[in-house]
Design a protein around this ligand. Structure first.
Ligand SMILES: *Cc1c(COP(=O)(O)O)cnc(C)c1O
Length: 485
């Protein structure tokens, strides 16, 4: 081994400017931009200097490192320019995982975005008249089909002048925005009556009292955490009352000594006192999930049938579409919302309309399994078990052991907190790695694999892995390169 003083070694390092002009990097500069390649070259050179300083590089080592500089700089540059928003494999078994972007979109939604977003579209243009149109028409026609309810006959005692109003739907950025818009439109400066048991917080810091304050409406709490009666609402109504609000307990349950009025009772009270009745339904199922073994998630239609005047719900929860917030209800009230300047501030763009229209199309056709969230909810344990067995057989890494276990998936995302979907889990253990270390390795893969840790083991639930990701999942496991011991 040759000996060289470290100052000799430092002197061997090329200057950044010379490097950038070298043949190997000129092309990279043209492709990826000078700024990134310059930064990358500085980073790689700094790393080399650190290695010299810590005496990890001798004279031979430095020659080798210098010949490898263009490659190292290219790798660094590509790393820096990689998208920050990346696809991941969700093996947590939480279907609507808010941190993992909730609902994966249906195939036709991606196609529809692809065909409309890169060119001009009739987003706000009426092709027939050649005049300006409304962007809501693209989805309202499907919503009115799906929510076709004659409110006049649905809710007994509905006043004649309000009978049979058509149900209209408008779309804003998310359900939080829908609630804000509804409260501001219907109750600014007035009182809104809510049960104390419904002053909820939904993941990502959506809190009813806070959104109420921002809307300019005044919260009037009634009842207690566990029990609220119709008489509590009745007593609280004054001339300042502008709205009765019901909030769906979408992410928790109150059990035991509990009571709250039926939607119908509240709707009847609202009607006799001539006050609108709104429900924040949150997850907003468009089809009945009871046949899929999920209780406690009433549909938007259930609410409208019960006489709720305005229902708000998310686009990317049980509906399985893009992030959006819907307001469906009496067309006169929805028309007020549309003319509120806040609506303009909260509206959504063409990507959302394209995705929502495509998702709704499957509901209209009754092809629920074309919507990934619906397909995941409906997947049988047997089907998941078969995939797990097939994948387990494909894993050849000797230091990784896989055991199949019975387990449970959850809907998540603030929906159906009590629903239990039985599933088959792949439990992973790796020689020499703790569960936390193994999970970190899976996350660090090129195609990050997100697992759940339970009882000291890494668990993969294929219910939330899209079938087209199965091969990628196997590849992640096979390329872990865990050394035994
Ligand atoms: C999820 C949820 C919200 C918030 O909806 P986002 O679409 O996430 O803004 C509000 N209220 C209820 C009851 C919910 O379940």
């Amino acid at each position: 081994m040759k000996t060289a003083s470290s100052s000799d070694l430092y002197r061997k390092l090329p200057a950044v400017d010379d490097l950038l002009q070298s043949k190997g990097l000129a092309a990279l500069v043209a492709q990826e931009g000078r700024a990134t390649v310059t930064d990358s070259a500085r980073t790689v050179l700094t790393r080399l200097r650190e290695e010299i300083a810590s005496r990890r590089l001798d004279a031979d080592g430095i020659d080798l490192a210098i010949s490898g500089l263009p490659d190292a700089i290219e790798r660094e540059a590509r790393q820096r320019l990689r998208y920050s928003l990346r696809p991941v494999i969700n093996a947590t078994g939480v279907i609507l995982h808010t941190n993992l972007a909730r609902a994966p979109l249906a195939e036709n939604a991606l196609e529809h975005i692809g065909e409309t977003a890169g060119v001009y579209s009739n987003l706000e243009f009426d092709l027939e008249s050649g005049e300006r149109g409304k962007r809501d028409v693209h989805v309202d026609r499907f919503f009115s089909k799906l929510l076709d309810v004659d409110v006049g006959t649905a809710a007994p005692g509905y006043p004649a002048e309000r009978s049979s109003p058509a149900i209209a739907t408008i779309v804003v950025n998310n359900n939080a925005a829908a609630v804000l818009l509804a409260l501001n439109t219907l109750a600014e400066g007035g009182d809104v009556i809510v049960s104390r048991g419904e002053l909820v917080e939904i993941g990502g810091s959506f809190r009813i009292p806070e959104i109420m304050a921002k809307s300019g409406a005044i919260l009037r709490e009634v009842g207690t955490t566990n029990r609220t009666r119709i008489a509590d609402y009745e007593r609280a109504i004054t001339e300042r009352t502008k709205l009765l609000l019901r909030v769906h307990r979408s992410n928790f349950q109150i059990t035991g000594f509990t009571e709250r009025p039926e939607l119908r009772e509240l709707a009847a009270l609202a009607r006799t006192r001539n006050i609108p009745f709104m429900e924040d339904l949150g997850s907003g199922a468009l089809v009945d999930l009871r046949s899929m073994g999920i209780d406690g998630e009433p549909t938007v239609l259930d609410s409208l049938h019960a006489g709720v005047d305005v229902v708000t719900y998310s686009g990317d929860k049980l509906l399985g579409g893009p992030q959006a917030g819907m307001l469906s209800g009496r067309s006169d009230l929805i028309a007020h919302m549309r003319s509120n300047p806040l609506f303009r501030a909260l509206r959504v763009g063409k990507l959302t309309y394209a995705a929502l229209e495509s998702t709704l199309l499957w509901y209209v056709k009754g092809h629920y399994d074309s919507i990934p969230v619906m397909r995941m909810i409906r997947a049988s344990e047997e089907e998941i078990s078969k995939r797990a067995e097939y994948l387990a057989n494909k894993i050849k890494s000797p230091s990784l052991s896989i055991e199949l276990l019975d387990g449970e998936s959850v809907i998540g995302g603030g929906a159906a907190p009590s629903a239990v979907l039985t599933t088959r889990l792949m439990a992973l253990t790796a020689t020499g790695l703790s569960a936390d270390e193994l999970a970190a390795r899976l996350r660090a893969a090129d195609y990050p694999l997100i697992a759940r840790i339970e009882g000291g083991r890494v668990l993969l639930d294929l219910r939330t892995v899209l079938p087209e990701q199965d091969e990628a999942l196997a590849e992640v496991l096979n390329s872990l390169g865990i050394k035994a011991g």
